[in-house]
Design a protein. Structure first.
Ligand SMILES: C[S@@+](CC[C@H](N)C(=O)[O-])C[C@H]1O[C@@H](n2cnc3c(N)ncnc32)[C@H](O)[C@@H]1O
Length: 309
């Protein structure tokens, strides 16, 4: 366990703090509370302030809430088990007008490291991958229900794996013999599909397939699209609604399809004169951060500040 036992090291922490510039009394929404790494640092800077934590994962949310309360004992800390695609409703229900919103996408290291969650393949576990364990559809269901060509498209489009068709063929052959319900079974099939090409691959051959399935199981691209729409419409409504007129909004993404969505929304708002982009190019991790946390390798941080006219 790293980061004082939390199991997750927050990426680009200094860069996040610099770009959102939290100050005493700020009102913050952390839409992806995770293990509370970013949130506890922000909470310490705003104390006494107000911070609303959102996460689809009940366990992470409870952990983050306890950590943030300890970091900012004089602040109002609320925890909401929910999907950030509903951020506007959640904020309105809690009567919050945020001057900071952070979304740090994807999953946390502790989720990846728990075999029973099925996100990883280092240890065998059920092929699950649901962020919210109450949601009905798991990765095993996708592998069982999709046609071979739909599985190939999913692995190609969301995982950008050039051998997607070969992997889908292996999956289809194998599931006709026995259901694929464990992470080790799927990882073995992907390795077999790669064959000798696995030797040339820097990543484990199953990495992209697992990422693609996780994104699909949790409908992650649509959830991000909905979050960005909510942010844009709050900024466009002159009164701001649940986002205050001087709000800072920061999004950390780990996938090119996510970063493309964030960039398009932020550039669009900047072109309308509604926000300033804090950095024109996304901030990325330096070598020392990557050496300490390989997850940081693909992180991109984009931040906007609502324009005050
Ligand atoms: C990368 S982790 C966040 C880590 C956190 N910033 C920290 O420093 O500990 C992403 C978190 O977002 C949650 N998550 C992913 N998609 C979500 C969604 N649509 N709505 C709410 N939470 C989501 C995951 O369950 C996970 O806990």
């Amino acid at each position: 366990m790293s980061e004082s036992g939390s199991g997750h090291i927050p990426v680009l922490l200094d860069e996040v703090l610099q770009s959102i510039a939290p100050v005493r009394g700020d009102c913050v929404i952390d839409a992806t509370a995770g293990r509370g790494g970013h949130a506890s640092a922000i909470a310490a800077a705003i104390n006494p302030g107000r911070i609303l934590l959102v996460d689809r994962d009940q366990d992470n949310l409870a952990y983050a809430a306890a950590r943030v309360r300890a970091a900012a004992p004089d602040s109002q800390v609320e925890a909401v088990h929910g999907d950030f695609r509903n951020v506007a409703e959640i904020a309105v229900k809690h009567g919050i007008r945020a001057n900071i919103l952070l979304a740090d996408l994807g999953i946390s290291s502790n989720q990846l490291d728990q075999p029973e969650r099925g996100f990883g393949f280092q240890k065998d576990g059920p092929l699950d991958m649901r962020l919210d364990r109450a949601s009905p559809y798991s990765a095993a269901d996708i592998i069982r229900d999709l046609s071979e060509s739909d599985i190939a498209d999913l692995i190609f489009n969301l995982g950008e794996d050039p051998f997607a068709r070969l992997i889908a063929r292996k999956v289809a052959q194998s599931r006709s013999q026995a259901p694929i319900v464990t992470t080790a079974h799927l990882a073995r099939l992907v390795r077999e599909a790669y064959g000798s090409r696995a030797r040339d691959s820097r990543l484990h051959p199953a990495t992209r397939t697992f990422m693609a399935l996780r994104i699909a199981v949790n409908d992650e691209l649509k959830a991000l699209e909905d979050l960005l729409k909510s942010i844009a419409s709050a900024i466009r409504s002159k009164s701001g609604g649940w986002l205050s007129p001087e709000a800072r909004v920061a999004v950390i993404s780990f996938h090119s399809l996510e970063d493309r969505q964030v960039k398009r929304t932020f550039v669009g708002l900047a072109d309308e004169g509604l926000v300033h982009r804090v950095n024109r190019k996304p901030l990325i991790a330096g070598d020392s951060e990557i050496a300490n946390n390989s997850r940081a390798r693909s992180a991109k941080l984009r931040t906007v500040r609502v324009a005050t006219h």
